[in-house]
Design a binder for this molecule. Structure first.
Ligand SMILES: NC(=O)c1ccc[n+]([C@@H]2O[C@H](COP(=O)([O-])OP(=O)(O)OC[C@H]3O[C@@H](n4cnc5c(N)ncnc54)[C@H](O)[C@@H]3O)[C@@H](O)[C@H]2O)c1
Length: 254
């Protein structure tokens, strides 16, 4: 699908959000809510089929402009070409949500069990993916002297016990260092660090939860077949509020 806003007058252009991993889970939830707010959303995902289906569903639900672009954040060339396409079609990028990541139990296995290749994959996607996307989007944001970047860290990044946690600790470091460097271009960089969020992938990854029930507010209680309970956050109603907050608070900031 071609969505052409072109480089026309800035005031006629909708805000544009480039959401990595936007085909599923939290990225998709944010895309749906941004689109409902009139933001043009780009679902940049390595799973292009799922991205296209999500974009179609957002558009059909009247959620506004949604475009799926095939993008492997681990590959700088793939990111550059996805960003170039979006800048050509939409005229720029206002918000970058660095959300795509390898996670789930696999990437929390002991190092010896995980093996070098998967350790490298985890760092390449979760850490270098953010470097690639930030550097690629920077020029478009800097040209207009403003932009917001939000990185997905994790509570696992506070006391890492696995390569996943290490990658999310690195996300915190990338966030503070990029924030310092990009401030001169009017670009704000923040991170959020959720605990367990009840995305489909996270739920499917748990030892089969027998019961998922609403506790209070946006909290869910998951109970496995052995009767053990875990609390999770309803991804569809919680962290996106924070992301919207960052988007609103930073709107127009230089
Ligand atoms: N779900 C949780 O409990 C939880 C908790 C804390 C932090 N997080 C973080 O939140 C983010 C989203 O989590 P989720 O549960 O929605 O994940 P998810 O697995 O449901 O979705 C991830 C999306 O990223 C895409 N993706 C994977 N590798 C990619 C690549 N190389 N290039 C482009 N896209 C790629 C996948 O195709 C998928 O659409 C991740 O950064 C995760 O680490 C999740």
């Amino acid at each position: 699908m071609a969505l052409s806003y072109g480089p026309g007058p800035e005031r006629l252009r909708p805000e544009v959000a480039f959401i990595t991993g936007g085909a599923a889970g939290f990225g998709r939830a944010v895309a749906e809510s941004f689109a409902a707010d009139g933001v043009a959303v780009v679902l940049a995902d390595v799973d292009h089929e799922a991205g296209r289906a999500a974009a179609k569903s957002i558009t059909e639900c009247g959620g506004g402009a949604a475009l799926a672009v095939e993008c492997d954040v681990a590959d700088a060339a793939s990111v550059d070409s996805a960003v170039a396409r979006v800048v050509a079609e939409f005229g720029g990028i206002d918000i970058l949500l660095n959300n795509a990541a390898l996670h789930l139990t696999t990437y929390s296995l002991p190092y010896a069990q995980l093996g070098l290749s998967r350790i490298q994959d985890c760092l390449q996607v979760n850490v270098m993916g953010i470097v690639h996307c930030t550097l690629a989007a920077r020029a478009s944001m800097a040209r207009r002297g403003r932009g917001r970047i939000v990185n997905l860290s994790s509570s696992a990044g506070y006391e890492p016990r696995s390569i996943y946690g290490v990658s999310k600790l690195a996300v915190r470091g990338l966030t503070t260092s990029f924030a310092a460097e990009l401030a001169a271009d009017g670009i704000r960089v923040n991170a959020v660090a959720p605990g367990l969020m009840a995305t489909d992938a996270a739920l499917n990854d748990l030892v089969p939860p027998r019961v998922v029930r609403q506790a209070r507010g946006n909290r869910l209680v998951l109970e496995d077949s052995a009767g053990r309970t875990t609390e999770a956050i309803d991804a569809m109603s919680s962290w996106w509020c924070t992301i919207h907050g960052l988007r609103g608070e930073l709107k127009g900031c230089t």
